[in-house]
Design a binder for this molecule. Structure first.
Ligand code: NAG
Ligand code: NAG
Ligand code: NAG
Ligand code: NAG
Ligand code: NAG
Ligand code: NAG
Length: 538
């Protein structure tokens, strides 16, 4: 469950700020790396299309067998694609083709957020991919994998996330612009390696801080296509984003409303936050109070975390009615959040002094007393299992990652310790980007799990209103294949909004049936030139 944003004191796994000077990948190129091709805009770099549109480089990325599973019952590829040759920057991907009829199904690129969190850890292994990890190092099938409906690329972005890296240490300092540019270069390199996918209906999807990654990449792709004559090799249809961090001011206010309306904080604290905080400056309700009298924004933030139970890990901020992972993980995650935007000073103090002042996030007494959830239910500890799995040398070999000739000198982590992401970009509003995207005739789906407390549905509705789009189909429930109401939707000119009932921040994991229903309807119908998304949920 990384990959989420954690605002208000908490954010998603926003990775910590510091970049260690030791981030220098060592070693010589691996055999597979010598195949790296610099993607160019002007068509397949060198590689001849062979084997029905799979280049030799693609075939070298084929994964024969996965530890804990065996031979996949679908075609899986993974490896590196160089996105910037002079800097020596390469992004790692896993590409899961659909189980059947892959060649008639759309292509989707999935991005988790953080910023700094892994799309393999979350998207691929614990949300919408073909597997979930289990405690004994085995994988089990995800019966609601989105790869039923589409061919999905899981991209580790930006460099220094997962197995992605750069030979230029300073590349660890990064923001939205380079992240989007590298992702576009990746996509062009991918299509060079897998020419069979050129012209295939293409979608971008993501969640959380993907609220920045996805629209930014969408705009980069739309502009790339607009600059080309003839039939674009990227047949770009549109994108979908879930619980998307979009506008600090609206998302933060929405979070306070959500906490208050879901009986997580007191009236006094709600009022204090609303009066004292400058919501567009906080990465999480942090620091800068609007006025200096009596109690500050900072203190109200502290109160909100204590009152709600977020502070000691007692409430799962990603899914308020789900269990928490006890005890270590919740604490680790909460502390990671606190680091995010250099969160509230009060909340991060004492963290470095092991066993020093007990900050709220170190008080794990409550979480330590809770028992693990029933088997088969949402597993709040899944991150631990993923991290163990990807740290296995046999798993790394199977994925063609971190080879012995080119070894990364750090352990695999779900959220990178190295990425130093621009705070300005984190706090910047994506609304201007949406306004521009709306002129490109794309199919845009904004979805929201309605029990997420980190980037809640209330904040999403606030920023959607700011776009002032005319309603073309008014608010109404939708039903999934089970016949139960799966949530609500409202269609605006150029954009559709969908809620997923009883889903947390990681919608595909917390409500798999509803999420896969919406995903396949949107992407399958939207990829069909004739029907288009006009018919969506009708
Ligand atoms: C992180 O990025 C900021 C600029 O955004 C820079 O001032 C700072 O030095 C960077 N930190 C490290 C450790 O590179
Ligand atoms: C990074 O440097 C190593 C060692 O020189 C080299 O093998 C590798 O190809 C470089 N990576 C990229 C993406 O250029
Ligand atoms: C490659 O990345 C470096 C930063 O590491 C940047 O200065 C340079 O402009 C990039 N090259 C291209 C072609 O984008
Ligand atoms: C909140 O912060 C923003 C960005 O720094 C600033 O432009 C704005 O004036 C601040 N608002 C108030 C009420 O202080
Ligand atoms: C934060 O709240 C805790 C618990 O109420 C309290 O002990 C601590 O002093 C508070 N810190 C600040 C800076 O208000
Ligand atoms: C890369 O491999 C080395 C050597 O096996 C290992 O120590 C390191 O943890 C690995 N790093 C990653 C990111 O997989």
């Amino acid at each position: 469950m990384k990959g989420m944003l954690a605002i208000v004191v908490t954010w998603l796994c926003i990775a910590q700020w510091t970049v260690s000077a030791a981030v220098t990948p060592v070693g010589a190129p691996s055999a597979s790396m010598t195949h790296l091709i610099m993607p160019t805009a002007e068509g397949p770099a060198a590689a001849e299309a062979s084997d029905g549109g799979y280049t030799a480089e693609a075939l070298a990325d084929f994964v024969d067998e996965l530890p804990g599973w065996g031979k996949p019952n679908f075609d899986l590829y993974s490896g590196y694609i160089t996105v910037n040759e002079s800097a020596g920057r390469a992004l790692f991907y896993a590409f899961a083709e659909s189980y059947t009829d892959a060649h008639s199904k759309p292509l989707v690129l999935w991005l988790n957020g953080g910023p700094g969190c892994s799309s393999l850890a979350s998207g691929f292994m614990s949300e919408l991919g073909p597997f979930y990890p289990t405690a004994n190092g085995k994988l089990k099938k995800n019966t609601y994998s989105w790869t039923e409906a589409a061919n999905i690329i899981f991209l580790e972005s930006p460099a220094f996330v997962g197995w992605s890296y750069s030979n230029t240490t300073s590349d660890a300092t990064v923001g939205d612009a380079r992240t989007a540019k590298d992702a576009l270069n990746f996509l062009l390199g991918f299509l060079d390696r897998f020419p069979v996918y050129e012209g295939r209906p293409f979608w971008i999807a993501g969640e959380s801080y993907g609220g920045h990654y996805v629209p930014n990449l969408a705009l980069a792709v739309a502009k790339y296509n607009a600059d080309k004559d003839g039939i674009p090799k990227i047949n770009f249809k549109g994108f979908l984003v879930g619980n998307a961090w979009t506008d600090a001011d609206e998302d933060n206010k929405g979070a306070v409303e959500f906490w208050h309306s879901h009986a997580l904080i007191s009236d006094t604290t709600r009022d204090g936050l609303m009066q004292k905080c400058n919501f567009s400056r906080i990465g999480p309700l942090q620091v800068e109070a609007v006025s200096s009298d009596t109690k500050s924004c900072d203190e109200y933030v502290n109160d909100s975390q204590t009152e709600s139970g977020f502070a000691n890990g007692g409430i799962n901020i990603y899914d308020i009615y789900a269990d928490v992972c006890s005890p270590e993980r919740a604490s680790l995650e909460a502390r990671q959040f606190a680091k995010v935007l250099g969160a509230t000073r009060a909340l991060t103090e004492g963290e470095s002094s092991q066993g020093g002042t007990a900050s709220p996030f170190q008080t794990m007494a409550l979480a330590a007393m809770v028992s693990l959830p029933e088997p088969g239910k949402y597993d709040p500890c899944i991150d631990n299992k993923v991290e163990q799995y990807f740290n296995r040398p046999d798993v790394q070999r199977a994925f063609h990652a971190n080879s012995s000739e080119h070894t990364l000198p750090w352990a695999w982590k779900g959220c990178s310790d190295y990425v130093n992401y621009s705070r300005e970009d984190l706090l910047s509003s994506m609304l201007p980007v949406y306004r521009e995207l709306l002129t490109h005739n794309l199919q845009i789906l904004v979805y929201s799990g309605d029990v997420d407390a980190i980037v809640p549905v209330t904040g999403t509705r606030r920023w959607l209103r700011r776009l002032k789009l005319p309603v073309v189909r008014s608010w109404q429930p939708w039903r999934s294949a089970t016949g139960q109401i799966g949530g609500y939707f409202e269609r605006y000119a150029g954009l559709t909004f969908v809620t997923i009932r009883d889903a947390g921040h990681m919608v595909p994991y917390t409500q798999p049936e509803r999420a896969s229903f919406i995903f396949s309807k949107w992407v399958v119908e939207g990829s069909n030139e004739l029907a288009s998304t006009e018919a969506f949920l009708s």
